[in-house]
Design a protein around this ligand. Structure first.
Ligand code: IMP
Length: 386
């Protein structure tokens, strides 16, 4: 006995984060009853504008701003109680219901202190790495452990306690009742602790495997949507083969407003890397791609797409060894750009010829259908391409 077709959806980043996953989650949350964060912590972040009011979210799933939705922070997430309390307090009155896993690990003040002493990886300083380190070394503290209350003011403990529950059970029951679940990935595949550009990665499994360990459920009908920007960005240190520090990179940075939501840092920018996106698409077994921020490329005469990596003259996919990755030379194909403003276009066929050509070429290179195309910042600036 199966569930109805495509009841559940996972949104996973295919680059180094900040692909615009929050906006897609916000859009798709309308069709799902539960929205679940399953890994990472307050290192993630996005801003959502509803009725002219800006909400900055780091821990609570982006679906929260739709009334009546159920939002789950499951066991794979590491949670800073102070940040969560502030986020909940800033929500509008009719906010959705929030459930916090009793198996989620608590970020303690000492985790943040520890991380402030480590500088070389360019982390977000939210205590993520040290909290996951304690989890794996079996000395961490979870919300089900009585000890967590000793580390925080009794206000904080009293406020959060009603939200803590067994979220695995809640989600299992949702599956059985055929209630649909939207899984919101944070960070992205190239920052995955196993499959990313180690050690310049985050401390969790950001790719699809993290969904299963991070929730304790196995949704049968699951559509996996990989999200990729029409170009590439990266915050923090680490290899970035298609980085462009020249005029085009500055254009992407300025037009795309590429500043980190969590740290305010400028994001490094560069060309679309089809080698990287294909690698991430395979790891996640994606069904389709949402291509975001295509409008940012308007105004560039020529566009470049990385189609291959060469290492010592030989073609290579993403190498495991960091030095090898740093020594890879990206091979580009050049394609004509466009100057039209595409932000008001509603259908794929109404996009200018060069834009369609760019999208079609990416699709061919990555070998996955591009079904959503982001052409602007607003909730309605997404073209659905069937
Ligand atoms: P951490 O997750 O704070 O340990 O940082 C590890 C690396 O992941 C750093 O390079 C961060 O800049 C990067 N990172 C963490 N969260 C995000 C995110 O949400 N978007 C983009 N980069 C992120």
């Amino acid at each position: 006995m199966g569930y109805p077709q495509q009841m559940n959806t996972a949104i996973i980043g295919l680059q180094w984060g900040d692909e615009g996953k929050g906006k897609l989650v916000d859009l798709l949350s309308e069709d799902h009853e539960f929205i679940v964060r399953f890994q990472g912590g307050a290192n993630a972040g996005h801003t959502i504008v509803v009725d002219d009011k800006k909400y900055k979210l780091h821990l609570i799933p982006s679906g929260i701003l739709r009334p009546q939705k159920k939002c789950v922070i499951s066991n794979g997430v590491v949670v800073d109680p102070k940040i969560l309390v502030n986020e909940i307090k800033n929500l509008p009155e009719n906010h959705a219901r929030i459930y916090l896993s009793d198996r989620a690990h608590v970020i303690l003040p000492e985790h943040i202190e520890k991380e402030n002493k480590l500088t070389h990886l360019g982390t977000t300083k939210k205590g993520i790495g040290p909290a996951y380190t304690d989890k794996v070394s079996r000395s961490g503290i979870r919300f089900c452990d009585k000890k967590w209350v000793e580390y925080f003011d009794s206000d904080i403990v009293r406020f959060l306690s009603p939200y803590i529950c067994d979220t695995r059970l809640l989600l299992q029951e949702a599956l059985e009742k055929k209630e649909s679940i939207l899984f919101e990935g944070a960070q992205a595949t190239m920052l995955d602790i196993d499959h990313g550009t180690y050690p310049y990665v985050t401390s969790s499994n950001t790719s699809i495997g993290g969904l299963y360990t991070g929730t304790g459920i196995r949704p049968r009908d699951l559509k996996i949507i990989g999200v990729a920007k029409a170009y590439t960005t990266r915050v923090g240190a680490g290899p970035f083969p298609t980085e462009d520090t020249g005029k085009a990179g500055i254009h992407m940075q300025e037009v795309g407003q590429e500043f980190g939501t969590t740290t305010g840092r400028k994001r490094r920018c560069g060309w679309f890397d089809s080698v990287g996106v294909k690698y991430s698409s395979q790891i996640n077994g994606i069904d389709e791609i949402a291509l975001t921020k295509l409008d940012v490329l308007s105004g560039l005469n020529d566009l470049y797409i990385c189609i291959n990596y060469l290492l010592n003259g030989k073609q290579k996919t993403i190498p495991s060894n960091l030095e090898d990755l740093q020594n890879c030379i990206p091979v580009y194909t050049q394609i004509a750009g466009w100057h039209e403003d595409i932000s008001n276009v509603k259908t794929f066929n109404d996009l200018p010829f060069n834009v369609r050509k760019y999208v079609d070429l990416l699709e061919e290179l990555v070998k996955a259908p591009i079904t959503y195309i982001g052409v602007g910042a607003g909730r309605d600036k997404i073209i659905k391409r069937c």
